[in-house]
Ligand binder design. Structure first.
Ligand code: AP5
Length: 214
C-alpha cells in the first residue's frame, strides 16, 4: 500500500496517517516531522530548514526531495508507506513519480482531506504536541487527561512555533498557492479521492479505509 495524504495544514493528515500506518505495519513518512527532527538535532540541514518553517514557507524542494529519497530506500518502506505532507509542490510530485518509477513502484491512491478554513485555524492554534513521543492533542477536541502532560509518556506538551495564528495564516496562503495545484495533478491521473475531513477522527478513518479498499 503506497498512499499520499494531501491537505491543508491542520487537515488531519498526521492524525490519520499515524493510525493507519500503525494498523497496516507500514511507515508514516512525514516530511514535517523529519525536518523538525533535523532542527532539534541542530544539523546543517535543520538550521537551513528552520528559517523557512518558522515563517510558514516551504523548505526548498531539493532539500525535502533528498530526505524522502533516502527514506524510501529504507527496509521498512519496501512493503508500503504513507506519505504525509509530501509532495507539496508539482515539482516534488514529478520527482516522486521518477523516484518510484526507478524502483518499479507506483502510488496507489492520493487521499485529499477537505476541511474549511475556520476549522483549520481552530485546529492548529489549539494543537499541542508531546516533546517525548510526538503524540498530538488539541486543547478542546482531544485534550490530555492532565493539563500540559502526555497521556502516553507523561512528556511535556508544547505548541509548535509555526502554530501561532499569524504563521498559520501564512501557511494557508502558501498551501493555496503552491500545494493546491496538486489536486488537478493527481485528479488527471485518476488517483485522487476526496474525503470529508470534518467529523470525528474515527468516522474519517473509516472513510479512508473504504477509499483504500476500493
Ligand atoms: P508539516 O508538519 O507537514 O505541517 P502541515 O502540513 O502544515 O500539517 P500539520 O502537521 O500542521 O497538519 P496535519 O494535517 O498533519 O494535522 P494534524 O493531524 O496534526 O510541515 C511543517 C513545515 O515543514 C511546513 O510549513 C514547511 O515549512 C515544512 N515542510 C514539510 N513538508 C514539506 C515539503 N514536502 N516541502 C517543503 N516544505 C515542507 O491535526 C491538527 C490538529 O487538529 C491536532 O491538534 C489534532 O488533534 C486536531 N484534529 C485532527 N483531526 C481532527 C478531527 N477530525 N476533529 C477535530 N480535531 C482534529
Amino acid at each position: 500500500m503506497r498512499l499520499i495524504f494531501l491537505g491543508a495544514p491542520g487537515a488531519g493528515k498526521g492524525t490519520q496517517a499515524r493510525t493507519l500506518a500503525g494498523e497496516r505495519g507500514i511507515p508514516q513518512i512525514a516530511t514535517g516531522d523529519m525536518l523538525r527532527e533535523a532542527v532539534a538535532k541542530g544539523t546543517r540541514l535543520g538550521m537551513e530548514a528552520k528559517s523557512y518553517m518558522d515563517r510558514g514557507a516551504l523548505v526548498p524542494d531539493k532539500v525535502v526531495v533528498g530526505l524522502v529519497a533516502e527514506r524510501l530506500d529504507q527496509d521498512d518502506a519496501k512493503k508500503g508507506f504513507i506519505l504525509d505532507g509530501f509532495p507539496r509542490t508539482v515539482a516534488q510530485a514529478e520527482v516522486l513519480e521518477r523516484l518510484l518509477k526507478d524502483r518499479e513502484l507506483v502510488v496507489d491512491r492520493v487521499i485529499f482531506f477537505e476541511v474549511s478554513e475556520g476549522e483549520l485555524l481552530r485546529r492548529l492554534t489549539g494543537r499541542r504536541v508531546c516533546r517525548g513521543c510526538g503524540a498530538t492533542y488539541h486543547l478542546a477536541f482531544s485534550p490530555p487527561k492532565s493539563a500540559g502532560r502526555c497521556d502516553r509518556c507523561e512528556g511535556e506538551l508544547y505548541q509548535r512555533e509555526d502554530d501561532s495564528e499569524a504563521t498559520v495564516r501564512r501557511r494557508l496562503e502558501v498551501y493555496a498557492a503552491q500545494t493546491s495545484p496538486l489536486l488537478d495533478y493527481y485528479r488527471s491521473r485518476g488517483l485522487l479521492t476526496r474525503i470529508a475531513g470534518e467529523g470525528s477522527p474515527e468516522a474519517i478513518g473509516r472513510a479512508i479505509r473504504q477509499a483504500v479498499a476500493r
